[in-house]
Ligand binder design. Sequence first.
Ligand code: GLY
Length: 382
Amino acid sequence: MQAQPKPITGAPQWLEKSVKVASQQLKAAADAYQPGFNPRSTNTDGSTRLADYKDWITGFFPGSLWYGYELTGEDKLAKDAKRFTLGLDSLRYLTHTHDLGFMIYCSYGNAYRITKDKGYLPVLEQGAVNLSARFSPVTGVIRSWDFGEWKYPVIIDNMMNLEYLYWAAQQFRQPKYTNIASTHALTTIKNHFRADNSSYHVVDYDPKTGAVLQKGTHQGLTNESAWARGQAWGLYGYTMCYQNTKNQKFLAQAEKIAAYIMNHPNTPADKVPVWDYDVHNVKSERAPRDASAAAVIASALIELSTQVKDGKKYLDYAEDILKSLSGDQYLAKPGENNFFILKHSVGAFLFNSEIDTPLAYADYYYLEALKRYAEIKHYYKK
Ligand code: GLY
């Protein structure tokens, strides 16, 4: 077991308050819900939407508990984090989705990073075997989904699973995982991005030849639009690819996506994007904000700020987002919001699913961003 984290100290009032609210919400949620059946969002009747271990969001709640523990040093959060992580033991048997990175690395990955308890390793080891088995050398990418009409669909979200493979390559001495991750990232640069550096959501490949069959969207406004969370996933994914490889192509891609996001004329003043950048009337009722995209962008930009010489512009932008999310408009009051931390995210607008609701991954990336920010600003006592 590693040394117990010390709570942050000397942080500005908005950050201290956010951590306090997060701690209260996380502890209440851990008491209210059961391991293996984790909080996902809020149903239209106001009840909590829970999801079993097979759902792509399943790792976020245990991961949030681990970040809560790191931000506060509270024993209860460590115990709850362990309980909800171990509730996902069956993840080692899943092979049907690329989301294994989200599901396993956010839960078991954080658990092992923080505790160094080897008991967490078997799930991490098998998960990497299962994820890497979804790679094809013909297409040069990891297959995302096994459902739908596509032949070999790959979504921009899949960039988020590569960090897990880079880590697993080192941990389990499997250099092929590094090759798989980097090949996926390079193929995605070639096929997923438009001239303005926004990305398609879904690219479908011919599994026999590797040719691109179709480019479009699943959760965005139109096939040619820039779905906000998709841009966030791309930014985060390439930032972590660069951190792991120092390949300049990955840094260049991350900075191009950052510029697209930071200069976008449809970004509202508080820097929390509407669910798709191509929703032009940002005041219309079809334009709810997506706090989850903002949280992912903030966490990625903080990381990116540490990897370039002129990183201040990224850190400043991330700080603006975090201050917005930590304000009354987005931050829940303790005991409300079904114990989620943030309000106002969007799952899939055109499917009429999870519109203007809390989302488990908004909370996860918000806490990760707060933790990264607190580290950079030295609010942790050594
Ligand atoms: N990865 C699924 C989503 O972002 O909605």
